[in-house]
Design a protein around this ligand. Structure first.
Ligand SMILES: Cc1ncc(C[n+]2csc(CCOP(=O)(O)OP(=O)(O)O)c2C)c(N)n1
Ligand code: SF4
Length: 294
């Protein structure tokens, strides 16, 4: 029996059930507010209770969400949210695991972990707050900053080519790839819910305006460019078409599901994980060993 179905449900949940006593410290107008609401909305829609979900956070304005969401949470080191999330999932694969981090965290410091999570098709849902800049550290270049962009750390303009998360996700074996926009709140909530229903690694890159440090990619900048894949005849099972959409940048920016093709999931390939480790009896008593480290 799956863990969720064994939990007695009480009244239907509301977004308030997923809030803590701490009110967010994000700048007024920051895209993180909308993402926070969309995550809570998706959890309500899927019928979860706070104790039935775990969210793992990276470091950044995005990761500060750890204090604002009432659920099991783990605030990892910068760039290290995914390995912690994968460990949690392997220990209890009945527990839905969400990962929340920023573009600097995930596409910079944590890039290697991201690629391995995708090729393993680990069953976690991954939401990247992509503001094309380092927010918390006050506006340095990130891997998704556009070439030529002037920031605190690159006053003469970014030299490197911009990283393309959608194309890299496709190449690395992600089985669900989507992009949302903080300015399209209900669409984003639906994408997160869809990603959480997906069996295997699901990825949602989210255009998240940083109103304080990114004065190029503003809400208006996105609104002039975005269009919805589901309204433009895109077939998410068509990998070739997904590649074409993934390479669109500039005048036209697609949002929605780029690619959705379930394949073998990491923890389901391991026979002795049939019963989640978290619910099996320990094979060895390690209390003596633990005592040595006290
Ligand atoms: C190992 C390590 N390196 C660097 C930092 C400093 N640091 C904290 S947040 C951050 C960048 C945050 O940018 P991003 O991941 O894009 O998140 P945002 O704040 O924009 O949500 C950096 C470099 C750190 N905390 N730990
Ligand atoms: S610095 Fe940018 S990303 Fe951070 S809270 Fe403010 S607007 Fe949001």
């Amino acid at each position: 029996m799956r863990w969720r179905s064994s939990v007695a449900k009480t009244a239907p949940r509301t977004k308030a059930d997923f809030e803590t006593d701490i009110f967010p410290t994000w700048c007024p107008g920051c895209g993180d507010w909308s993402i926070w609401g969309a995550i809570k909305g998706a959890l309500v829609e899927l019928g979860y209770a706070p104790h039935e979900v775990c969210v793992v956070y990276g470091i950044g304005c995005s990761g500060n969400m750890c204090s604002f969401v009432n659920a099991y949470g783990f605030h990892a080191l910068h760039g290290r949210a995914l390995p912690a999330a994968i460990g949690i999932k392997l220990a209890n694969h009945d527990l839905p695991v969400l990962v929340v981090n920023g573009d600097g965290d995930n596409y910079g410091e944590g890039l290697n972990h991201w690629i391995h999570a995708m090729r393993g098709n680990h069953n976690v849902t991954h939401l990247v707050h992509d503001n094309l800049i380092y927010g918390l550290t006050t506006g340095q270049t990130s891997p998704t900053s556009e070439q030529g962009m002037k920031t605190k750390s690159t006053p003469e303009g970014v030299i490197e080519r911009q990283l393309n998360p959608m194309a890299l996700a496709l190449e690395s074996g992600a089985s669900f790839i989507a992009r949302g926009f903080a300015g399209e709140h209900h669409h984003l909530k639906d994408l997160i819910a869809q990603a959480m229903r997906h069996k295997g690694y699901s990825f949602v890159d989210i255009f998240q305006p940083c109103v304080t440090f990114n004065h190029v990619q503003t809400y208006d900048w996105y609104r002039e460019r975005i269009y919805r894949l589901d309204e433009d005849g895109h077939d998410p099972s068509d990998e070739r078409a997904a590649h074409e959409r993934a390479h669109q940048w500039g005048e036209k920016l697609p949002i929605g599901v780029f690619y959705d093709k379930p394949r073998e999931v990491y923890d389901q390939e391991i026979d002795h994980l049939d019963t989640p480790l978290a619910r099996t009896k320990p094979l060895t008593n390690i209390s003596k060993l633990q005592a040595e480290f006290r």
